[in-house]
Design a protein around this ligand. Structure first.
Ligand SMILES: Nc1ncnc2c1ncn2[C@@H]1O[C@H](COP(=O)(O)OP(=O)(O)OP(=O)(O)O)[C@@H](O)[C@H]1O
Length: 504
């Protein structure tokens, strides 16, 4: 499969939206969008959770019809009364935020399913395998995926890489839509992706990039469009635009606390005098090497380092403390990082998803108390600005709003220890800032939090941070010692024990 790009010349419109509206029940997801995506450019699209970004992308990719307005591909109106026709959108491809891959199939089989119109029918498996292997090597060197792997056996990052590769495998690509592509990727894979994006745009392909990582958008995009309540409210060239400018265009000022304010918010001292609620003592086992750590009451403990260095194994140990090297006192709640696999109960409403863990605590003598449950749900929906409301089906919510429900579920419970596995993936900047404050408030009231984050900057909200490398704790940072630079430095520093490890 080769990419044929005898498409439009740089700067020519590839896809245009004119006054596009889309309503789901009572929700007006798009209220009249005007947008133009041009050949050879990266257009960044930013906006709050629920602003309508994914809906707009589905309409631009011909996956959903709009209610009013028009979509034009290469100047031709393709939003007729009969709905979008697949052949008009062949050269428009989208990589989804929640991957669209079928978990039971292999990587090659998934590629066949989505790109079969440009693969031979005879020996298709071989052709699909060759195509995906080549493209993965080109896009994500060191990906560690083989075409025979079943998707369900891949890590979240690998699934995301295959998803993006899947979207790009087509014989002609005029527009590639990337919906939060780097939320699950590590920094190296993200860099590789954006290098590839530049190769694509140099060949005339347009790229539409949706992301909550404003700095990333500004470093990659040529132009930035802001979506607010279902309409594009601003378009700017990225050059000369700062993060704060974009946040303001998005509609609210984010007061990012200074290091000093964060330090003041943290508990004083090193926490040694607090009662211990959880402890690992020289824990060893799959993925862990002699890990010792301690969580005090009311403490926020961060697990940092590159992805996959043992942090998930620690959370797992604390969640199910079955070994003698682990002690946990009290009840626990867990916020999984992969909401597709575990987390969301897809057939249930927002209210049911939110209250399921807290229900028992609210009950009296085993009897549920609907009024109290409703009040608690209403409180959390408001507190986290969950757009969509309590009675909506959870899958009707935007990705970021679903994630907020899962976070609310944990904090709405009476758990003394809350375990967070990279919990704010896909959550917009403003809400994240509110959630950081929420974590500090909960800690101030005595709740303990253990928090793995792939964003080192988030660790600044912790009292104590353990940095992991190859299953070991390589640094313990307390209070003022916690900084992004320090975490990065110890995450990458070579040590003799790493050598031993890799030879095993
Ligand atoms: N299938 C659906 N049924 C009902 N409502 C929906 C559906 N899809 C989206 N919505 C609603 O449309 C609005 C826009 O959602 P959309 O997913 O486009 O937002 P988004 O900007 O992509 O958000 P996020 O940043 O959280 O991914 C939301 O209020 C959402 O609840």
């Amino acid at each position: 499969m080769h990419v044929d790009n005898r498409g439009p010349r740089a700067g020519e419109p590839v896809v245009i939206a004119k006054g596009v509206t889309k309503t789901y029940g009572r929700t007006r997801a798009l209220t009249g969008v005007d947008l133009e995506v041009r050949a050879g450019e990266v257009l960044g699209l930013v906006g709050h959770n629920g602003a309508g970004k994914s809906t707009l992308m589905r309409v631009l990719a011909g996956l959903e019809a709009c209610d009013e307005g028009a979509v034009l591909v290469h100047g031709k109106e393709v939003s007729g009364a009969a709905g979008p026709r697949a052949q008009d959108f062949r050269a428009v491809r989208m990589a989804y935020q929640e991957t669209s891959l079928c978990p039971d199939l292999t990587v090659a089989e998934n590629i066949w399913v989505s790109s079969r119109h440009c693969l031979p029918r005879l020996r298709w498996r071989r052709a699909a395998s060759d195509a995906v292997r080549r493209r993965l090597d080109e896009m994500f060197p060191g990906h560690g995926v083989t075409p025979r792997d079943r998707v369900e056996d891949l890590s979240l990052a690998q699934r995301q890489m295959v998803e993006i590769t899947r979207a790009s495998l087509v014989d002609r690509l005029d527009l590639l839509i990337l919906d939060e592509p780097t939320e699950s990727l590590g920094p190296d894979a993200a860099r590789s992706l954006y290098d590839y994006v530049r190769t694509l745009t140099a060949a005339g392909t347009a790229v539409l990039l949706i992301s909550h990582r404003i700095r990333e958008v500004l470093s990659v995009a040529d132009r930035v469009a802001v979506l607010r309540d279902g309409a594009v409210t601003a378009e700017r060239f990225a050059e000369g635009l700062g993060e704060q400018d974009v946040l303001e265009l998005m509609g609210a000022h984010v007061a990012v606390p200074s290091d000093r304010e964060r330090a003041a918010a943290r508990a004083a001292g090193d926490g040694a005098d607090r009662p211990v609620v959880a402890e690992l003592r020289g824990a060893t086992g799959p993925g862990l090497r002699e890990v010792s750590l301690r969580v005090g009451a009311g403490e926020v403990v961060g697990l940092a380092g590159l992805a996959g260095q043992g942090q998930q194994e620690v959370l797992e140990r604390l969640w199910r403390p079955v070994r003698r090297d682990t002690t946990v006192v009290g009840t626990r709640a867990y916020v999984p990082g992969d909401r597709q696999r575990s987390g969301v109960l897809p057939l249930w409403s927002v209210a049911e998803n939110l209250i399921v863990t807290a229900m028992r605590g609210l009950a009296r003598q085993g009897l549920r108390r609907p009024a109290e449950e409703r009040a608690a749900v209403g409180d959390w929906v408001e507190r986290l600005a969950i757009r969509g409301g309590a009675d909506a089906g959870i899958t009707e919510l935007s990705g970021g709003n679903q994630q907020k429900v899962i976070v609310a579920r944990a904090f709405a419970s009476t758990a003394e220890l809350v375990l967070l596995d990279d919990p704010f993936r896909g959550v917009d900047v403003h809400t994240k800032t509110d959630l950081y404050a929420l974590i500090r408030q909960e800690a101030a009231q005595g709740r303990s939090v253990v928090w793995y984050s792939s964003e080192n900057a988030e660790m600044a909200h912790c009292d104590r941070v353990y940095v992991f490398r190859a299953g070991r704790v390589v640094a313990e940072l307390v209070g003022e010692e916690i900084s992004e630079e320090r975490i990065i430095a110890v995450s990458f520093a070579e040590s003799e024990s790493d050598g031993e490890q890799s030879n095993e």
